[in-house]
Design a protein around this ligand. Sequence first.
Ligand code: UD1
Ligand code: UDP
Length: 359
Amino acid sequence: MRILTVIGNRPQFVKAAAVSKLLRERHDELIVHTGQHYDDEMSRVFFDELGVPAPDRELHAGGGSNTEQTARILGLLEGEIATARPDMVLVYGDTNTTLAGALAAAQAGVAVGHVEAGMRSFDRAMPEELNRVLTDHASDLLLCSTAVAMENLVAERAAGEAHLVGDVMADVSLAFQPIAEQRSDVLERLGLGDGSYFAATAHRAGNVDDPQRLERLVTLLEAVPGTVVLPLHPRTAARLEEAHLRERLEAAPNIVLTAPLGYLDFTKLAAHARAVLTDSGGVQKEAFLLGVPCVTLRDTTEWVETVEAGWNVLVDLDRDAALAALERPTSVGEPPDLYGAGHAAERVCDVLAAYTARG
Ligand code: UD1
Ligand code: UDP
C-alpha cells in the first residue's frame, strides 16, 4: 500500500517517529511536512534525534490564523495527493495539519487513517477539539490510543472503522527514556540537581493569547515553591513580548527560561523534575509514563486516565489550586499500562496491513 503521511508540528514528529520506521517495512511511505512548525528547535531536531525519515515534500505553510493556515495547507495538499496517488493518507492528532490532511484526502476520494482518533476534551472553544471531531468524521480508519477514545467514537456514531491500538507517543517515550538519560546533559547545562526543580511548558492558545490569562499563568509560575524551568514555545514567547510580560518572567528569581528543548533534553528534564506543570497534551502522558506528578494548567483533559490514576491534577490557571496540587502526596509506583506499553506503532501497522489485505 502507498501511504502519504502528513505531518507538520512538534507532537506529530514525535508520533511519526514511532510509526514511520515500522510502516516502511511493509508499505511505501511518502512524508509531506506542511511546515506548520519550521524553527529547527520545533522541527529539525526531532527528525535528527528520533530518526523520523526525511520529508519527501515540504510545503512551508506555517503561520497565520487557524483558518488561513488550514486553508493554505489544504490547497497545497490537493496537488500533492493528485501527484502521489496514495492508497491512504495518514494523519496524527488534532492540529491544523491534521484536519487539512484528512479533508484534502477525503475530498480526493482517498482513504484517511487517523492516529489518535476519538480524543475529546468536550471544550469546543479549543481549536484542537474542532480539528479532532472533524478529522474523525472524515476518517476511514480510526486508530485510538485509549478505551475512552473508542467509547467517544461510538457515542458520536463515527462512520469509520475504529481500532484500539494504544498510544504511539508512549512507544517513543518508553524507547527514548534510556537514550535521553545517557545522552542529554541538560541538567549539567542548566545547573540542576535531580528532583530539585519543576519542569513547565505552556502554549495552549486559551492560556497565552488572552493577556489576562497569560498574566495569571505568569503569576502562577512565580508562586511555585522552587526553580521552574520553562522552555518557551514560540507562540508563548511572542505573546509574552506583546503583553510586556517577558521581562517579568526573566526577572523572577525562581524561573529559568530556555528555548524549546530537543526531545532528549526535554525527556531528561521532565524525568528528573519534582513535578511537571503543563498545558500540553503530550507532556501530560509523558509525565505519567516517567512517573512524575503532573499539574495540568487546563480545566479539561483528553487523557482522563492520568487524572483517574491520581497522577495528574487539573488546576486551570488557579494559583492556589496549583500550589495545593504540588503539595499533594504522590505514591510513585508503576504507571498502569494504559497506553499500550510500547506496542502501539506495531498495532497501527497491523491494522493498516489488514485493511490493505481486504482491498
Ligand atoms: C499548534 C497546534 C496545537 C499543538 C501545538 C504543538 C493548531 C490549531 N495548534 O499550536 O494543537 O499543541 O502546535 O506545539 O494546529 N511559530 C514559530 N516557529 C515555529 C512554529 C510556530 O515562530 O516553528 C510561531 C508563529 O508565529 C506561529 C505561532 O508560533 O504563528 C503559532 O504556531 P501554530 O503552529 O499556528 O500554533 P501552535 O501554537 O504552535
Ligand atoms: N517537547 C520537547 N521540547 C520541549 C517541549 C516539549 O521536545 O521544549 C516534546 C514533548 O516531550 C512531547 C511533545 O513535545 O513529546 C509535545 O508537544 P507539544 O507540547 O508542543 O504539543 P501537544 O502535545 O500539546 O499537542
